[in-house]
Design a protein around this ligand. Structure first.
Ligand SMILES: Cc1cc2nc3c(=O)[nH]c(=O)nc-3n(C[C@H](O)[C@H](O)[C@H](O)COP(=O)(O)OP(=O)(O)OC[C@H]3O[C@@H](n4cnc5c(N)ncnc54)[C@H](O)[C@@H]3O)c2cc1C
Length: 395
């Protein structure tokens, strides 16, 4: 059987994989990145919202080629239609800033990795992984041909249904209560109240999650929702159909694309490394548990994974102990904030439709630019006393 040898093998060319491949190659490692898709980035499974600050922090220059829309407003909608409007100047909003064209963005990120020297193979599926001496050997298949790839380090960036980490003995499977099922249409003819505003709908419209309308143009938007199977008997698709029929903005709109997928929202995995292997992105639970957003964190964790892998190759030490530097960087820079978001999510999910309506009413006329966090929590506790128990410790 044909054998390819490389320092670092990255499996999965989403944002996490491309970022890891780019930084591992930049650090001097010989890098190969494979993806089972024939077109990187397509089909998308994403509402495409990404924070401006997050990209800036990673030195990714925004390009009109992959930004569909720039948005600075947010509208939060309670079950009875009461809404709270926020904008970027008054509140720091995760996942607000740009709406990407993921099909172009993901390719751009992969090309960036190639520019640093990474090799890429598309339509290449990793089927199996085994340990051999001080390396890992992956069996892969491309266009009917089966071959092997021997790597000193494998980076598992294979998304929410990750198998690569599991092949090496890591627990990467999310429990059902931590895996949101999402369904989304890209729609035309959407009657948007404000084409510059992300919209979030809470309550029984999407049990265990929320529904969203993310504008991509004047009358174009990603319209979707995420639900927890433990909170509803219906599928995400059934909830989406109901939402689209009942929401004034989408009643007359038409879908041109349907995306379904899982979103691991239980926080970062406890173990991200073992000998010769690291996991990154959705495969590592690098998804904000409150928003379900994972692009920024996938890119950031990819940077840490790539840099640590390149350094380990230089030192000739691929042991779990050496790779734990990556685990520590993720815990410090990603995991800690996720713990806060998890608590905020637990609180949000504990509210009934009526309680959500009350909270929205209390905030509807508050000038958020004149209020500090302490006053904000005080107001919240007044209408919703359980906020004190659920959120008290995090602010
Ligand atoms: C409906 C929905 C909406 C979302 N909206 C947002 C949003 O608005 N903003 C946000 O930040 N996040 C959003 N997310 C989450 C976001 O899409 C993910 O967090 C992000 O794509 C994670 O990147 P990744 O590189 O880890 O994984 P992915 O982007 O899933 O990439 C994994 C890659 O691995 C490849 N692969 C898998 N297995 C193999 C294998 N065995 N061999 C070879 N290749 C393999 C896949 O083909 C894929 O290309 C959303 C998710 C869903 C489901």
């Amino acid at each position: 059987m044909k054998l390819i040898e490389t320092d670092v093998l990255v499996i999965g060319a989403g944002p996490a994989g491309s970022s890891a491949a780019k930084h591992a190659a930049r650090g001097g490692a010989d890098v190969l990145m494979i993806d089972r898709k024939s077109e990187i980035g397509s089909p998308k499974r994403c509402a495409e919202g990404v924070s401006k600050e997050g990209l800036k922090k990673l030195g990714i220059e925004p390009s009109p080629r992959w930004i569909a829309k720039e948005l600075s407003n947010v509208r939060l909608v309670a079950p009875d239609g009461t809404d709270v409007k926020l904008n970027e100047e008054t509140v720091k909003l995760p996942e607000a800033g740009y709406i990407l064209e993921r099909k172009v963005f993901d390719k751009h990120m992969a090309m960036d990795a190639a520019r640093e020297g990474a090799k890429i193979m598309v339509k290449t599926l990793a089927k199996d992984l085994k340990r051999e001496d001080d390396s890992l050997v992956v069996t892969a298949e491309r266009m009917g041909e089966t071959f092997q790839i021997k790597a000193k380090i494998v980076i598992g960036a294979d998304g929410p249904e990750s198998r690569i980490g599991r092949f090496a003995g890591l627990k990467t499977a999310a429990k059902p209560k931590n895996m949101e099922s999402a369904a989304q249409f890209e729609m035309g003819g959407v009657e948007l109240e404000d084409p510059n505003s992300l919209e979030f709908y809470f309550g029984s419209v999407a049990p265990g999650g929320y529904a969203w309308i993310f504008p991509k143009g004047e009358d174009i938007a990603n319209v979707g929702l995420g639900v927890l199977a433990t909170e509803t008997d219906k599928s995400a698709y059934q909830h989406l159909m109901e939402f689209v029929e009942n929401c004034p903005a989408t009643r007359n709109a038409q879908a041109v694309e349907l995306n379904v997928g899982g979103d691991p929202v239980g926080g970062m995995n406890k173990k991200l490394v073992t000998d010769n292997l690291l996991v990154v992105g959705d495969a590592a639970g690098h998804v904000n548990p409150l928003t379900g957003g994972g692009i920024n964190t996938a890119l950031e964790a990819g940077l840490y994974a790539g840099e640590v892998a390149a350094a380990a190759v230089k030192e000739g030490d691929f042991s779990k102990k050496r790779l734990e530097e990556y685990q520590k960087l993720c815990e410090e820079n990603i995991g800690k904030s996720f713990d806060k978001y998890l608590k905020a999510k637990e609180y949000l999910l504990s509210l009934s439709d009526e309680e959500l309506d009350e909270v929205a009413k209390a905030f509807q006329n508050v000038k958020l630019d004149n209020i500090n966090t302490k006053e904000l929590i005080k107001l919240l506790v007044k209408v919703s006393p359980k906020a004190l128990v659920k959120l008290g410790k995090i602010f």
